[in-house]
Design a binder for this molecule. Structure first.
Ligand code: NAG
Ligand code: NAG
Length: 193
């Protein structure tokens, strides 16, 4: 027999007392049949608690874990309203990020946290915006007007509620030219709840 927490013991005791009281009400106290009935009930209860324990410890596969992070596998230049494709996946639990389109599709309604950072080479600019179904939600600028040895990184983060099926991606805020340095430019996100 496993050991129970005090809360679990209280529930079991209450049930045993309830069953005992019911038996007395029916006039068959100490009846062997009643004892075996209570034992059966206890055993099912034990199994139920064991199962709930497993669920709370998450030993079962957790279906709704969602987290991704992907970086630019090579340096890229984008023009116009093209979605930036972070093609080198670091992690993609839940497979909600598509490496060929650059889009993350919310697999479930919930609150999501996104982050993205961008490196501009010397004399190069980029203006990454976070979009949801064509609507801009956040923007940043990496206008690198510095000398030949100046590299510029910008980074941003945003939490927002999404409905199942909504698409999240990064592209230039106004369709300007963007030149992105590989590896140092990345996009990630996680389902918070
Ligand atoms: C709970 O998990 C343990 C350990 O993995 C396993 O032996 C047991 O069968 C599980 N119980 C139930 C009711 O799933
Ligand atoms: C990614 O998107 C493309 C184009 O819509 C689609 O053909 C492909 O099946 C998607 N990949 C995954 C893993 O969903």
């Amino acid at each position: 027999m496993r050991s129970f927490s005090s809360q679990q013991s209280t529930v079991i005791c209450s049930l045993v007392w309830l069953l005992a009281a019911l038996s007395v009400a029916h006039g068959d106290c100490n009846n062997a049949l009643t004892t075996s009935f209570i034992k059966n009930q206890l055993s099912s209860l034990e199994k139920a608690i064991n199962m709930l324990d497993n669920v709370s410890k998450c030993t079962c596969p957790c279906k709704d874990q969602v987290v991704f992070h992907a970086e630019m596998g090579s340096s890229k230049t984008y023009y116009g309203n093209s979605v930036w494709v972070y093609d080198k996946v670091v992690t993609n639990v839940g497979n909600a990020y598509n490496t060929s389109t650059g889009k993350f599709t919310a697999p479930t309604n919930g609150i999501y946290q996104f982050n993205w950072y961008t490196l501009s080479n010397p004399k190069v600019t980029s203006h990454p915006g976070l979009f949801v179904n064509g609507q801009i939600k956040a923007r940043q600028a990496a206008n690198n007007q510095g000398g030949t040895s100046q590299w510029l990184t910008t980074g941003s983060s945003m939490a927002l509620p999404l409905k199942r099926g909504e698409e999240v991606y990064i592209m230039d805020v106004r369709g300007w030219k963007s030149q992105l340095r590989s590896q140092w430019t990345a996009f990630g996100g996680v389902l918070i709840n």
